[in-house]
Design a binder for this molecule. Sequence first.
Ligand SMILES: NC(=O)c1ccc[n+]([C@@H]2O[C@H](COP(=O)([O-])OP(=O)(O)OC[C@H]3O[C@@H](n4cnc5c(N)ncnc54)[C@H](O)[C@@H]3O)[C@@H](O)[C@H]2O)c1
Length: 293
Amino acid sequence: MQDLRGKTAFITGGASGIGLGMAEAFGREGMNIVLADIEAGALDAAVADLKSKQIQVAGVRADVTSRDSLRAAALETVARFGKVHLVCNNAGIGAGGQIGGVPERDWDWVIDVNLKGVVYGVEVFTPLIESHGEGGHFVNTASLAGMLSGPGMEPYSATKFAVVAMSEGWAMQLAPKNIGVSILCPGFVSTHIYDGRRNRTEAYGPDPFAANREMATVGKAAIQAGMATSAVGGRVVEAVRDNDLYVFTHPEYRPLVEARFERILAAFDKSAQSPVISALPPREIPGFISEPQ
Ligand SMILES: NC(=O)c1ccc[n+]([C@@H]2O[C@H](COP(=O)([O-])OP(=O)(O)OC[C@H]3O[C@@H](n4cnc5c(N)ncnc54)[C@H](O)[C@@H]3O)[C@@H](O)[C@H]2O)c1
């Protein structure tokens, strides 16, 4: 999407952090902005902040774990601005712990927000973008945790790997409809995600960590010392204009991702050298397995 001016962006988790950074960056490009968020106070403050910067903005309460809530927010967006072109499926929370130490309802919560929230966003908005025929773009916020796994981060990483995988497939489905897809994979960014449990709703029962809901000190410190959200927003604007599928903001992590892929490729080489496998007749890759972009 080259031409952003006058078009409309819908951003989940837009009241804080990376969502708000993207909102400001796209607002400065002349887009109409709809911030969708579960947190009413932060949403009002974010709308007021963007308005003070002469950005055309509206706020809508929405819970991405509910398809109906997102659909209602989408209809409000169309009623307000006529069309939607850019959708940033960005709302997200962190959850993790040792084996056996992650509450069952935390698994549900992190999957509902980080994974199914993105599914609902793509499913609700694809027909709306298609309907106006001007094309559009999805930015799905994953993380470097969608490329690298670390002990204690399994629930979060599982959802972020899923966002990467789903978005790779959707990109192939949506390209013929003139809808691009970008997968945002940041490293540490200075946001409020260390206190993501503030948005764990009653639907998931009492929070077992209510008395100590913030992330452990090291995690919190790394996030607070992270990249400015304005830089992430600026990078996403570049990526949407270039229709980039993968969007990184922290190039210093390249060696870690490279090392992971090298370990994976080495495992393929080992399978090719295996007497068991190499004794089998040759196989072909079925036609329905598409090449990624
Ligand atoms: N901060 C980082 O270091 C970092 C790194 C990589 C990826 N990310 C990802 O960036 C995205 C944004 O997180 P952030 O770091 O800006 O955190 P943040 O807590 O500052 O912002 C997240 C926003 O999502 C909203 N939200 C939470 N649950 C919601 C729900 N059910 N429905 C609607 N809105 C909801 C929150 O109210 C908040 O405004 C997340 O997907 C996160 O996983 C963050």
